[in-house]
Design a binder for this molecule. Structure first.
Ligand code: AQP
Length: 350
């Protein structure tokens, strides 16, 4: 009950659209990105990428690889390059179609950094210091200015394309809310310039939890046993699900407070199978955790293997991936420049 109330408050407060809501017809704009900061996992997929794929059929979409954001974790340059191109392949393998979506690398559109800087100049320090991600990540990486300014760069990523919606996982809701605040602030100071976008959340899987700690979100940086990577081999998937933390008792029921482990696995099962959680609860009534886990592992192997095959084949031709990304950057630059021209004029840059 408490959870439900909190959820309702969250949705009200942040002006969140539900993924199940009928999407508007016409060419509204959707924008989002993923960091090339490690193995892309099923949390990133269910919370974000899967939505991107669905949205490209109804919206004008800009989806990108946020390499400048990944720098906040001081990655090895060779690894960053490799993960950037891998993420491009993975996006396409998951179903993004470069003919429908503008797909590009963030750093190939200089306006992101430029607008990020401009937004910094109207952002109170306290707004950045209170961000949950900043607090969590500065514990791991030290208090770097890049981490602090992550949300203003993210606001620029979004506002440049004047989107109606921003599909993200729940952990990014706070940053999108700051984006809306900054858009309002800029508009009231310099005149109507930016649209205030809404968050689009995939309710049931907006926060997929870690396999080794179902009280915290699944995260690329939380260690190998925390997540199922989209590229994990079948045996790795089986082993990770087998060792995923479950709860005391033996019932397979959804109750995030009493049974966070099983509830998380049920959400994952439901999202990949399309079966409702209550149907799964009935299916596994009187069954053991072991049988449920083994079925879930096989489901994941089956659903991820076509993505993995396509991913491997796309990576054989990196030149053609780069061509797609170059064309995407060209198209994105055009849209971003239009916004920047207006911004520069309004704030007095010659
Ligand atoms: N556990 C999750 N459940 C649902 N959605 C999630 N997302 C991330 N984790 C979950 C969503 O995935 C998109 C891309 O995330 P990101 O790469 O920009 O960075 P993040 O949110 O910080 O993701 P990670 O996996 O935790 O990466 P690291 O460890 O590098 O910080 C976003 O829409 C995010 O909400």
């Amino acid at each position: 009950m408490r959870c439900l109330r909190m959820e309702r408050n969250l949705f009200f407060r942040y002006n969140i659209k539900m993924a199940k809501e009928t999407l508007p017809v016409g060419r509204q704009v959707a924008v989002s990105g993923v960091q090339p900061s490690g193995d892309i996992h099923i949390g990133n997929y269910l919370g974000a990428i899967k939505q991107f794929v669905e949205l490209q059929n109804k919206y004008k979409t800009f989806f990108f690889i946020v390499d400048l954001h990944a720098l906040t974790e001081n990655p090895d340059p060779k690894k960053l390059r490799e993960q950037t191109i891998n993420l491009a392949a993975l996006y396409i393998a998951c179903g993004l179609n470069p003919k429908k979506t503008t797909l590009f690398i963030q750093s190939h559109v200089p306006a992101h950094a430029e607008l990020g800087w401009i937004l910094n100049t109207i952002t109170p320090l306290g707004e950045l210091q209170r961000m949950t991600q900043f607090k969590d990540k500065s514990e791991k990486h030290g208090v770097l200015a890049g981490l602090l300014n992550y949300p203003t760069l993210m606001a620029a990523d979004i506002l440049l394309y004047q989107p109606d919606i921003v599909p993200v996982g729940e952990d990014q809701v706070q940053h999108v809310e700051l984006t809306r605040t900054l858009a309002r602030k800029f508009n009231s100071k310099y005149g109507e310039t930016f649209k205030e976008p809404k968050v689009l959340l995939q309710k049931e899987v907006a926060r997929v939890m870690g396999l080794d700690d179902p009280t915290k979100k699944m995260s690329k940086s939380a260690g190998l046993n925390n997540y199922i990577a989209l590229t994990d081999a079948p045996d790795v998937i089986r082993k990770k699900i087998k060792t995923a933390v479950t709860d005391s008792g033996s019932e397979i029921i959804y109750n995030t407070e009493a049974k966070p482990g099983i509830s998380n696995l049920l959400s994952i099962y439901s999202a990949f199978s399309g079966e409702t959680i209550s149907k799964l609860e009935s299916k596994y009534k009187d069954k053991k955790y072991g049988e449920f886990k083994s079925d879930l592992a096989e489901l994941l192997v089956q659903k991820l293997s076509p993505i993995q095959e396509k991913y491997k084949s796309l990576l054989k031709n990196k030149k053609s991936l780069m061509k797609i990304l170059d064309a995407g950057a060209k198209a994105a630059n055009k849209v971003a420049e239009k916004t920047m021209k207006e911004v520069r004029e309004k704030i007095g840059l010659i």
